[in-house]
Design a protein around this ligand. Structure first.
Ligand code: NAD
Length: 254
């Protein structure tokens, strides 16, 4: 049994992780951590330091806030506890500094996107990119999303640009119609990226490729938070055999 502690267990993602880990037959939630407390059938501590002092667990899963995640990892990694992190906002430098503090071969695993489908969408886009002169990314998110374009859309555009040895011939040239600036999207490494914000969506993305007489669309839809759980469980199962810093779910998707 893998003993799991869920940091941010009262939050939207944390609650979903608690349910997913509880439903898996090879792991258990031994405690939660959340300063807001939580109504749970396991002990809930106010801080990660308190949890490390009072409970024993193999893996910390962290879905908290950008301003607290580094502090949580700075407690667990020197204590030799593997960490599976979804909280956004950690720079590469910070991740590397934190992983250097790990003891006893502890692993720091960070995935900017835990949906297996989004990772595959990027891999398929990489495979298609050399064969299509045109490529555009359209991402669709709920209206409350703060940033645009999404991190996944930016990463997809970068992957497409890296995978092809040419520049698109229709790279988002600006419209000539006054007042309609931006109609061709934002250019990320020469790839037009369009951001839709609307009720009804959680997180979707379509990558559209064009060539002579043919087009190819690769689409991924994430309809609710359970879509992240296969990736989170894969991370929990995989970190025990790893050490050091690992970024990206693709590392565990054979
Ligand atoms: P949320 O606000 O619903 O939950 C965050 C929880 O963390 C809250 O309950 C809060 O009380 C708790 N918290 C605050 N400080 C804490 C501390 N020091 N220790 C432990 N818990 C603490 O947020 P959410 O929607 O669940 O998202 C959490 C994070 O996950 C965000 O950064 C979000 O961007 C990220 N996220 C990542 C992915 C991914 O695939 N990587 C997917 C969805 C969300």
């Amino acid at each position: 049994m893998i003993r799991v502690a869920v940091s941010g267990c009262a939050g939207r993602m944390g609650k979903t992780v608690v349910d997913a880990v509880g439903a898996a037959d090879d792991m258990d939630v031994v405690c939660g951590i959340d300063p807001h407390g939580a109504d749970a059938p396991f002990p809930v501590y106010a801080s990660v330091a308190e949890a490390v002092d009072r409970a024993e667990f193999d893996v910390l899963v962290d879905f908290t806030q950008p301003d607290v995640v580094a502090g949580n990892l700075a407690v667990c990694l020197p204590a030799g506890i593997d960490c599976v992190v979804g909280t956004t906002g950690l720079s590469n430098d910070t991740l590397e500094q934190l992983s250097a503090t790990a003891e006893n071969g502890a692993c720091l695993f960070y995935a900017p996107n835990f949906t297996t489908g989004a990772v595959l969408m990027m891999q398929f886009a990489k495979a298609a990119a050399p064969y299509f002169p045109e490529a555009e990314v359209i991402e669709f998110h709920h209206a409350k999303k703060k940033d645009a374009p999404s991190g996944t859309a930016v990463r997809t555009a970068q992957i497409i640009a890296e995978a092809r040895a040419f520049e698109s011939s229709a790279p988002g040239a600006e419209t000539e119609i006054e007042g309609c600036e931006g109609a061709r999207g934002a250019l990320v490494d020469g790839v037009p990226v369009h951001s839709v914000r609307s009720m009804g969506y959680v997180a979707s993305q379509e990558v559209v490729f064009g060539s002579m007489g043919q087009s190819l669309a690769i689409r991924h839809d994430s309809w609710d938070r359970t879509s992240y759980m296969p990736g989170v469980l894969l991370g929990i199962r995989s970190v025990g055999e790893q050490q050091g810093l690992i970024v990206g779910l693709e590392n565990f998707m054979a």
